[in-house]
Design a protein around this ligand. Structure first.
Ligand code: SAM
Length: 292
């Protein structure tokens, strides 16, 4: 590790330096573990794991006998000191989370920061992550995308964040827990209007499924269990949920067009899908009726 002109340069493999390896682990299917991940976990002096009991199943499956030490939000500061001490002794260490890629909606950010500040290399051993497993098969544009992770658990915080996300023209990738999925989908529908949405569930496991639908206020989801990723189509260039597409329909109706004719004409003029304008119009009508 050198400092050149105030620039911090990490040449990961130029010298056999003690390093912190961030090792991705399977998100359900134990076979999704790379050869390099196994070799790295066998080679390091110690593995820091979020939940050592859970990770033991994986390590036993691959006959990895490296000792494990727990690291979680309650002992992180203390464990950072331990990691730096081990690196100072010339020992490489690994960080794994319960599943997937460390730091992706998982702990480790402060550890990585501390190791970089201490001038040791931080090296990712790539592998599964639920977000990038769901995105390619979702059917939504794979780029550009925005990975947000978990939305705030409380409704007020969630709505505030959705307001900042609603105009972004990127496929939005969220993590969500089953007990909040209905509330989140309802908030997405209210904030974003009619957009394509996908729930990718139990990825890489036996009951993997993709639920593809359009957000709408009357939507009722089937009961959903297990782990899930929610993906939502990005904002259109002309924001559909904004009142102007709907206003356009209303102006045309005032000119004597029927509802369907007006929707068709407005959609064509704005290069939007007829169904999307239809849904936006119905959404606005319903909202107005509710306010009455
Ligand atoms: N670090 C992990 C990663 O790289 O994907 C994410 C950890 S985060 C604590 C756990 C969340 O990831 C779950 O609540 C769910 O939203 C998502 N997730 C993890 N495994 C999944 C799976 N097999 N199928 C669908 N979503 C999954």
């Amino acid at each position: 590790m050198e400092e050149r002109d105030m620039m911090h340069i990490q040449d990961s493999f130029s010298a056999e330096q003690a390093s912190l390896f961030l090792v991705a682990t399977p998100i359900g299917n134990l076979n999704d573990f790379t050869v390099r991940a196994v070799e790295t976990l066998q080679d390091v002096a110690v593995i820091f794991a979020e939940d050592t009991r859970q990770s033991k199943v994986l390590l036993d499956h691959y006959a990895i006998q490296t000792p494990m030490i727990s690291i979680h939000q309650h002992n992180e500061a203390e464990r950072i000191d331990t990691v730096i001490k081990r690196l100072n002794q010339g020992e490489s260490v690994a960080l794994i989370s319960d599943a997937g890629t460390p730091l992706i909606s998982d702990p480790g950010a402060r550890l990585v920061e501390a190791v970089i500040a201490s001038n040791y290399p931080v090296i990712t051993i790539p592998g599964p992550s639920a977000a990038l497993t769901a995105l390619p098969a979702s059917g939504l544009p794979a780029e550009p995308y925005l990975f947000y992770g978990f939305l705030p658990a409380k409704a007020a915080g969630r709505k505030k964040v959705l307001q900042t996300l609603k105009t972004l023209p990127y496929t939005l990738v969220l993590y969500e827990a089953p007990h909040r999925i209905n509330a989140t989908i309802a908030d997405l529908s209210a904030s974003f209007g009619p957009r394509r949405c996908v729930i990718a569930r139990e990825l890489t496991k036996r009951f993997e499924s993709y639920l593809r639908f359009t957000l709408e206020p009357t939507l009722t989801l089937p009961a959903l269990k297990g782990e899930m990723v929610v993906l939502v189509e990005g904002a259109h260039e002309t924001p559909l949920s904004s009142d102007d597409a709907v206003e356009h329909v209303e102006l045309l109706m005032a000119d004597g067009y029927t509802e369907m004719e007006a929707i068709k004409k407005a959609a064509k003029a704005r290069k939007l899908k007829k169904n999307d304008v239809y849904m936006a119009f119905q959404h606005t009508k319903k909202e107005r009726n509710q306010r009455k």
